[in-house]
Design a protein around this ligand. Structure first.
Ligand code: PMP
Length: 374
């Protein structure tokens, strides 16, 4: 990783265009780097809800949810998410990473095995490590490989862990195929819907709902940092499991609750997103338009079928950073994804298309990419 290519400052919110410092000069660039998938970060209802909660509750929760940090707003969001996903219970975390890691650390024990898709997010791997369980990976999205791992580990307590939409590839988990295998072995599944919640499935209820397998997936996990345009994470499931996790997920009980202003915004974001399919449709159309444009330029977008659109570069890391700089100088911000986020042999740009991008934005991005790829 080359640090100077990361931590670039945006002057302003994560809109489709943003001002950044490029070679010391502040200028407007097309932004394909933010996860503001539905454009909710500056939605008037969401901003008003944040301001209202800020005025009524002040800046911070100032306590763990177990002790003094839980407010009626936090409870309202938990209930709204449970209703939205058709689950009995939901708990909130202060970050998506903390939630994913906390859920695995809370559920698994030494001697257990976390059976992770090989492309599962680092927060899930870290949670497995924290739990003391063994982490075993299976080849990405392969029911046969999952079957192999589960057949070899039959004497252990196991949990299968996959993502709904893969964060660096933009493809969907093969939930029907993987669930059939997990069920045959009597093993439960956790689906990380970080990139799929609100963007995918009927009413935005995610990939689990897209495949209609709600009754077969024990736990659904999501973050608020992407389509929700806030921060935090949540897990939804049965009441016993969630109550257990409230006691055993250290990142829940031993960490401060989300600020009420964030929770107020999240309640509004859920209401807006669930109530209007328009932005979801625009997101799908924009992603397809952008992918088709990249294909016309002869570029490889891997397995992407969603708003997460990788532009594969290969093993040449220097080329990745050189092109990243050239893209920015030409007016396009798109993040480089290097090892360990992706395999060493498959570094890439990871473009995040949003509903807020206009065709002009996407055309401009494509013409900049064409000029840089030459
Ligand atoms: N899971 C996945 C699949 C992710 O992509 C991310 C963040 N990129 C997380 C969990 C962590 O979420 P957060 O950034 O909200 O902490």
């Amino acid at each position: 990783m080359v640090v100077s290519h990361y931590e670039r400052s945006l002057f302003g919110g994560p809109g489709p265009r943003v001002e950044m410092s490029v070679g010391g000069i502040r200028r407007s660039v097309v932004n394909l780097g933010s996860y503001n998938y539905l454009g909710l970060a500056d939605h008037p209802d969401v901003v008003a809800a944040a301001a209202d909660a800020l005025g009524r509750y002040g800046t911070g929760a100032c306590g763990s949810p177990m002790l003094s940090g839980m407010t009626d707003l936090h409870r309202e969001l938990e209930h709204a998410l449970s209703g939205f996903l058709g689950r009995a219970s939901t708990m909130l975390f202060t970050s998506g990473y903390a939630g994913a890691a906390g859920v695995l650390a809370g559920l698994l024990r030494r001697g257990d095995i976390a059976v992770l898709d090989s492309r599962a997010h680092v927060s899930l791997r870290d949670g497995a490590r924290l739990s003391g369980a063994r982490a075993v990976t299976f080849a990405h999205n392969s029911p046969e490989a999952l079957d192999g791992v589960l057949s070899r580990t039959g004497n252990r307590r196991r949990l299968v862990v996959v993502e709904g939409v893969y964060s660096m590839d933009g493809n969907l988990a093969d939930l029907p195929g993987l669930l059939a295998v997990a069920e045959r072995h009597g093993v439960g599944m956790l689906v990380d819907e970080a990139h799929s919640m609100l963007t995918c499935g009927p009413g935005g209820a995610g990939v689990v709902a897209h495949f209609g397998v709600q009754d077969r997936v024990a736990l659904v996990y999501g973050t608020f940092s992407k389509a929700f345009a806030g921060v935090g994470g949540f897990v939804s499931g049965g009441t016993d499991t969630i109550d257990y996790l409230r006691c055993y997920a250290g990142s829940y009980g031993f960490s401060c609750a989300l600020p009420p202003s964030v929770v107020g915004a999240l309640i509004a974001a859920l209401r807006v997103a669930a109530g209007d399919d328009g932005p979801r449709r625009r997101l799908v159309e924009n992603a397809a338009y952008f992918r088709a444009g990249l294909h016309r330029l002869g570029l490889d977008t891997g397995d992407s079928t969603t708003q997460v659109v990788p532009i594969l570069v290969g093993a040449d890391r220097r080329l990745l950073y050189e092109r990243g700089d050239a893209l920015l100088r030409a007016g396009l911000f798109v993040v480089p994804a290097d090892y360990p986020a992706v395999p060493r042999t498959s570094v890439r740009f990871r473009a995040s298309v949003t509903a807020g991008h206009s065709r002009d934005d996407l055309d401009e991005a494509l013409s900049i990419i064409e000029s840089v790829w030459g």
